[in-house]
Write a protein of this length. Structure first.
Length: 412
């Protein structure tokens, strides 16, 4: 992989998962959404003071459930990714002053173990090309730190969870994917490294302080975070909901499993590449590893959503002047089939008059514009929703046709 491409990819990553310094509080612990999305969600929740139960079928790092609980509502959310469920549970939990001071003490004991090297380090996680992610020195430090946290805290205790969240922040700050580090420099061969002057223990201590500051402010409402598939929410959550605010996966081939792999491997949510591909296959819009190869001979289910607009777009993508046209057309078809299953099975958990807000962007594939927002609107209309609107929120980047929408609808 060329150095230029690699840097570009890392920069793209830093736009999503790894950009966590611009917002304080629990939103900033780790997040997938850019700042403007946080703002939109916040405004929607503030604008629906009367909402009793708010649902987010695509939790991610918990933006909706967190805003809901901080504004005194009951928030319920699901995600298919167990790491994100763990994280959002931690973000919405209530922490007592006793738990906060126990975390502070546990941080000191953890760092004592690391400094004295009086603990067996965990093995390096099986991340492909791990040496590109961390220098040997950073890797040694992280392996010791990862071993020390469970040695000084009980599994599932608040201290354990809060230290692991700080660990997640540190592992990215100490990695070559961190762009905000002053001492980071590129080497001549295109790789780069954080400077050796960085005191790694103080990076972790600062992250623990940051996490503790957020944990000290408890939400006033209750948040429930559940592992589950949004293609059948009733299986894991109980209705009824009067407001749905969510940002579903986009049809843009971004793999959340790929994005989150450093955290997931270090925390043990992933143990090998095959599991990663399997999990991505279950996720809507996932296309990493085996998920991509399975798309090649995937066929649409019998009850797929019939739409002329979609069929036209699929046909154009499949016949584009590109050898990957057919597989990409399958990708797009599967994305919309999955979203159709989602909308279809969402209705049983919706209250009469429930309001929906889906924050989603359109996409292009080989020059074909896929109007995700219009296709959502078609699906919602077919299911009997009313007051459907696609409100443009912002342009996504310099490509003028790429726009983010709030797709709004009301359940009858
Ligand atoms: C755009 S992200 C959500 C971002 C979120 N608003 C946040 O605050 O980070 C989409 C999420 O949908 C989840 N997802 C994908 N397929 C799913 C499914 N079938 N059921 C539940 N969640 C799913 C992904 O794991 C990912 O976390």
């Amino acid at each position: 992989m060329s150095a230029v491409l690699e840097r570009k990819q890392l920069r793209q990553r830093s736009d999503y998962t790894y950009k966590f310094n611009s917002k304080t509080g629990r939103h900033g612990w780790l997040r997938l959404t850019p700042a403007y999305s946080l703002k939109i969600v916040e405004e929607l929740i503030v604008g629906h003071e009367q909402a009793k139960r708010i649902f987010d079928p695509f939790c991610g790092t918990g933006t909706t459930v967190l805003s809901a609980t901080y504004h005194g509502h009951e928030g319920v959310t699901t995600d298919i990714n167990p790491f994100l469920v763990w994280l959002a549970k931690a973000k919405t939990a209530h922490y007592s002053p006793k738990q906060i001071s126990a975390t502070r003490e546990a941080c000191a004991s953890t760092l004592d173990l690391v400094r004295n090297q009086s603990i067996e380090p965990v093995p390096a996680p099986p991340i492909h090309n791990i040496e590109r992610w961390w220098s040997a020195k950073a890797l040694d430090f992280l392996r010791l730190l990862r071993a020390a946290i469970p040695a000084v805290t009980k599994e599932h205790s608040a201290e354990h969870t809060l230290l692991l969240i700080a660990f997640c922040r540190s592992l990215i700050e100490l990695s070559n994917a961190a762009f905000n580090h002053q001492s980071m420099s590129f080497k001549d061969d295109g790789s780069f490294d954080i400077g050796f002057d960085v005191d790694m223990a103080s990076v972790f201590s600062e992250d623990v302080r940051f996490v503790i500051r957020g944990a000290s402010e408890n939400p006033t409402g209750e948040g429930y975070v559940v592992l589950g598939d949004s293609r059948n929410p009733a299986e894991v959550v109980e209705g009824m909901f009067d407001l749905v605010v969510t940002s579903p996966p986009y049809a843009n081939r971004m793999s959340y499993i790929r994005e989150l792999r450093p955290y997931m491997y270090w925390l043990g949510f992933l143990v090998n590449g095959r599991d990663a591909g399997e999990l991505d296959w279950t996720a809507i819009g996932g296309t990493w590893g085996i998920a991509t190869s399975r798309l090649t001979d995937w066929t649409r289910p019998a009850d797929y959503f019939r739409s002329t607009n979609l069929s036209t777009a699929l046909d154009q993508i499949a016949h584009a002047d590109n050898k990957n046209g057919a597989v990409l057309a399958n990708y797009v078809a599967k994305y919309f089939d999955d979203m159709w299953s989602h909308f279809l099975r969402l209705t049983p958990v919706l209250d009469h008059n429930a309001e929906l807000h889906y924050i989603v962007g359109n996409s292009t594939f080989y020059g074909t514009l896929v109007s995700t927002e219009r296709l959502y609107a078609e699906m919602l209309a077919a299911l009997g929703f009313s007051e459907i609107e696609c409100r443009a929120i912002r342009k996504r980047n310099s490509k003028k046709e790429l726009v983010e929408f709030d797709v709004v609808a009301r359940w009858k």
